[in-house]
Design a protein around this ligand. Sequence first.
Ligand code: FE2
Ligand code: FE2
Length: 121
Amino acid sequence: MQKTSDLIWQDTQHQVLFELIERIKVVPFDPDILIQLKLYAEHHFVLEEAYMYMLDFPGTEAHVRAHDRFREELEAMLDTDPTMHETLQISLSDFLYKWLKLHVLGIDKQLEAFILETNAK
Ligand SMILES: [Fe+2]
Ligand SMILES: [Fe+2]
């Protein structure tokens, strides 16, 4: 994935998330990947949200709602059959990849710009 942020912590964490999402496609399917993705996504969202609350970011509510939707999607995916078919792995991975790409190049850029204007980076 291209560079997503001038904040090193934010870009590094995004890259890890994209890598985990890519690994959903690996055959045979490893159900642990979804657990790792869920844990790492939570770690990342909590950090972004901590910055939002600490800096009183005006877009906090909408941003947290977007994170919550992703949390719900991941939770639902954890029920996925571990022997899932390869085409399902690909569609799951593609869906998450597109969602994350849209998020990091959209709403996350607003947060990045806001943080960069402060001395909190
Ligand atoms: Fe992010
Ligand atoms: Fe975010």
